[in-house]
Design a binder for this molecule. Structure first.
Ligand code: ATP
Ligand code: MG
Length: 250
């Protein structure tokens, strides 16, 4: 359950342009501990850019971002260290194809966190078990289904013990029959109290799991609110039109 007293992510007036294109036009957003925010909006609207601005994979032109009280936009902040606590899962998994599932996960534990090999191995096996893949630990990505690859990618993030998880369309590259297993892992995470910001158009997940839907269009937050309200009775016609369209697909 969200604890409104503890802010995990604070975004304040973020602007980002690419050339003449204003991609983010002053986005502000607070995410409390345990909240699951689903971010939706048309293609090209700046959803990925916003997620990337949170962990500074994309550096905003102006505005500030705090994660767990640390200002990531402060040039004095050790960004590599701060990023260790921000899990990010992408549409295309970003696994190393020449490494097994086990080694993909152990890599960060050993080289980033400085864990001993044995400890990293145990931790990795625990995380693989958590996503239901302990039996696939020796498989290379090429020997895993898309859904399994994505679950390995999630386990890799979780192994770093993130304070927040960012998901950028984690199921949109998957065959329909594989989507459910990834959403199930995400749902379990949410139930365990993980703070999550998810770009996804899986409306069932949004309806059942998230605490807030944020609708973005043209680089701005148009409307946000409880899933029930946003899906059934949003204030603005634009929200209704967009959410109506995507929920019709599912
Ligand atoms: N590195 C970049 N260089 C130039 N333009 C970029 C870059 N990254 C994003 N953009 C532009 O910024 C806009 C927003 O892109 P972004 O990927 O954030 O959208 P999105 O809402 O995630 O879209 P989608 O739903 O298709 O993933 C797009 O017009 C895109 O072309
Ligand atoms: Mg995107």
């Amino acid at each position: 359950m969200p604890k409104p007293d503890k802010l995990i992510v604070k975004i304040e007036n973020i602007h980002k342009a690419y050339g003449k294109e204003q991609v983010l036009k002053g986005i502000s957003m607070d995410v409390s501990e345990g909240e699951v925010v689903v971010l939706v909006g048309p293609s090209g609207t700046g959803k990925s850019t916003l997620l990337r601005c949170i962990n500074q994979l994309t550096v905003p032109d102006s505005g500030k971002v705090w994660v767990n009280g640390v200002e990531l936009t402060d040039p004095k902040t050790d960004i590599d260290k701060a990023r260790q606590h921000i899990g990010m899962v992408f549409q295309d998994f970003n696994l190393f194809n020449h490494l097994t599932a086990l080694d993909n996960i152990m890599l960060g534990l050993i080289h980033v966190l400085g864990m001993k090999k044995e400890e990293a191995h145990d931790k990795t096996m625990m995380e693989l078990k958590r996503v239901g893949l302990a039996n696939k630990c020796s498989n290379y990505p090429g020997q895993l289904s898309g859904g399994q690859k994505q679950r390995v990618a999630i386990a890799r993030s979780l192994a770093m013990e993130p304070i927040v998880m960012l998901f950028d369309e984690p199921t949109s590259a998957l065959d329909p029959e594989l989507i459910g297993e990834v959403l199930m892992v995400m749902k379990d995470l949410a139930l365990e109290g993980m703070t999550m910001i998810c770009v996804t158009h899986e409306i069932g997940f949004a309806r059942d799991v998230c605490s807030r839907i944020v609708f973005m269009d043209h680089g701005e937050i148009v409307e946000q609110g409880f899933p029930d309200k946003m899906l059934n009775n949003p204030d603005l016609p634009r929200t209704k039109q967009f959410l109506g369209k995507i929920s019709g697909l599912h």
